[in-house]
Design a protein around this ligand. Structure first.
Ligand SMILES: [Zn+2]
Length: 163
């Protein structure tokens, strides 16, 4: 008797690959369910599954070996599957990191940052604006203020060198 597809990947619960546009059953590899985090139904197999990215709408393949890493190495909850392609996931992560860096450094940089620290904040705001299309007016004001300070310090340094 088959339980949750343990004898045949075609008999696995369909929600494991909910929304997939194609499943390649020939690519199926046996899972080590002892390493998985599940409560009722484990994933007995990993297999290449094609999804459409929720952000860019391109099709991408969630591969059997990626699934093995997700569920046996990182021990992600067994029911999850990706909604975004790798490129969009990486872009989203990058924006989160930039936003975190901005939030954690902007106040001290505005108070007493070096020119390099100010340049970094201006660069972060520029990258966020390029990626998102727009940023809050407060960020634009901050970038302009810091840029004026940088320019002034550079001018002071330049004139100082002549003395
Ligand atoms: Zn995408």
């Amino acid at each position: 008797m088959d339980v949750f597809g343990d004898t045949d990947p075609r008999l696995m619960p369909v929600h494991f690959f909910g929304g997939a546009v194609h499943l390649d059953h020939a690519s199926a590899i046996r899972a080590d369910i002892q390493k998985q985090d599940y409560s009722v139904a484990p994933r007995h197999w990993y297999l290449d599954a094609d999804f459409q990215c929720a952000t860019c709408h391109q099709e991408f393949t969630w591969t059997a070996s990626e699934q093995k890493a997700w569920f046996e190495k990182y021990r992600f909850w067994i029911d999850c599957h990706p909604r975004h392609c790798k490129k969009c996931r990486a872009a989203k992560r990058r924006l989160q990191e930039l936003r975190w860096e901005y939030d954690s450094t902007v106040a001290t940089t505005q108070r007493n940052g070096t020119c390099d620290e100010k340049r970094r904040i201006v660069a972060i705001i520029g990258e966020l604006r390029d990626a998102l299309g727009s940023v809050p007016q407060k960020m634009i004001d901050t970038a302009e203020l810091l840029q004026r300070q940088i320019t002034r310090e550079e001018e002071q340094n330049a004139s100082g060198n002549h003395l």
